[in-house]
Design a protein around this ligand. Structure first.
Ligand code: NAD
Ligand code: UFG
Length: 339
């Protein structure tokens, strides 16, 4: 089976390519490299000992996408391509609606035209807004607090509508919790542009000496130690969830919405402590005010994923921190090399 992986050069996409290839799938990567480096693909090629077909293009371009379908008989699409910076989405909402929502609509149109009607979509736990209780089940109420989150909600609805219009569509909506970690080789990982927004890359860059001090956003939440609690999931476990979804997707007779999380929450201070243990480095931090829009606690109930995908996360917090550290310490400047 040949799988089109949009956004395949990015953080989660690059890890997923490895598992797809190891599971016997053929892959074609489609990426405009707006938030990725060609080096990530080169490194994946080394890890899998084969070359990977990459088509550079934008999901908003019918012509770019048609080029893929002219060249390849694509059986299914794993759709990672999208913009993901919450703060930027507040400042530039139209950019997010155009890229994430319009981009997905164009992708689906070209897929349908070429009779490819299977899509696995990267959704996010952000669609649960501020949940009344945890752990979070898939049927919890949905809401969004920023344009990024709304773009995910809108795409979920679009894909459900598509199925209603044509039952031949196979749709899987995977709601990721907080992806962290890196491939155990330490050669691929998360490579944020500029100052990281997310906790794990900020911790890793502080440990390696690129950042002076980590700000802990709030210590007065109703949590174990007052700091925010999240469900961190190893990116390789997350990647495996996509392979399981692909293996089973032909049998899914209606759109499937599935949490991909571990079911375990950790606080910011617990993450810092685990990272220090894994890296042997100090992570200096200071308590700062709460970050606007943050919630106290977010973790998944992953029972449904186990039931329908036969999937559960296997890697714990120690491995997440050790693998993030290996990537960060081997590549202090990410894919840009030792500048
Ligand atoms: P990423 O930025 O590393 O990867 C996204 C990739 O898509 C990049 O390679 C980028 O160049 C590409 N891309 C973006 N817009 C494109 C376009 N218009 N045309 C072609 N390519 C385009 O992000 P990631 O962390 O790997 O996330 C992958 C997906 O998972 C995204 O849709 C993201 O919203 C979603 N997600 C991520 C997280 C997270 O915390 N990392 C959490 C939940 C959901
Ligand atoms: N945090 C800090 N300091 C930092 C960064 C984060 O204390 O420098 C705290 C946050 O306040 C939060 C926790 O660390 O309590 C995790 O924050 P992240 O920014 O890493 O992750 P979020 O849970 O806020 O959001 C992430 C993605 C969203 C996605 C969501 C659910 O950024 O896009 O997970 O998948 F929607």
């Amino acid at each position: 089976m040949k799988i089109l992986v949009t956004g395949g050069a990015g953080y989660i996409g690059s890890h997923t390519l490895i598992l797809l290839i190891e599971s016997g799938y053929e892959v074609v990567v489609f990426d405009n490299f707006c938030n990725a480096s060609k080096e990530s693909i080169k490194r994946v090629e080394k890890l899998v000992h084969q070359s990977i077909e990459v088509i550079e293009g934008d999901i908003r371009s019918r012509a770019n996408l048609q080029e893929v379908f002219d060249k390849h008989k694509i059986d299914a699409v794993i759709h990672f391509a999208g913009l993901k910076a919450v703060g930027e989405s507040v400042a530039q909402p139209l950019k997010y609606y155009d890229n994430n929502v319009n981009g997905t609509a164009v992708l689906c149109e070209v897929m349908a035209k070429n009779n490819c009607k299977t899509i696995i979509f990267s959704s996010s736990a952000t669609v649960y807004g501020d949940p009344a209780t945890t752990p979070i089940l898939e049927d919890f109420p949905l809401s969004a607090t920023n344009p990024y989150g709304r773009s995910k909600l809108m795409v979920e609805e679009i894909l459900r509508d598509l199925y209603v219009s044509d039952n031949e569509w196979r749709v899987v909506l995977l709601r990721y919790f907080n992806p962290v970690g890196a491939h155990e080789s330490g050669t691929i990982g998360e490579d944020p542009n500029g100052i990281p927004n997310n906790l794990m890359p900020f911790i890793a860059q502080t440990a390696v000496g690129k950042r002076e001090i980590l700000s802990v956003f709030g210590d007065d939440y109703e949590t174990i130690d007052g700091t925010g609690v999240r469900d961190y999931i190893h990116v390789v476990d997350l990647a495996q969830g996509h392979v399981n979804a692909l293996d089973r997707v032909v049998n899914f007779k209606e759109p499937m919405t599935i949490n991909l999380g571990t079911g375990q929450g950790y606080s910011v201070l617990e993450m810092i402590q685990s990272f220090e243990k894994a890296s042997g480095k100090k992570v200096p931090y200071q308590i700062a005010p709460r970050r606007a829009g943050d919630i106290a606690t977010c973790f998944a109930d992953p029972t449904y994923a186990k039931e329908v995908l036969g999937w559960e996360a296997k890697k714990g917090i120690d491995e997440m921190c050790a693998d993030s550290w290996r990537w960060q310490s081997n590549n202090p400047n990410g894919y840009r090399g030792l500048i």
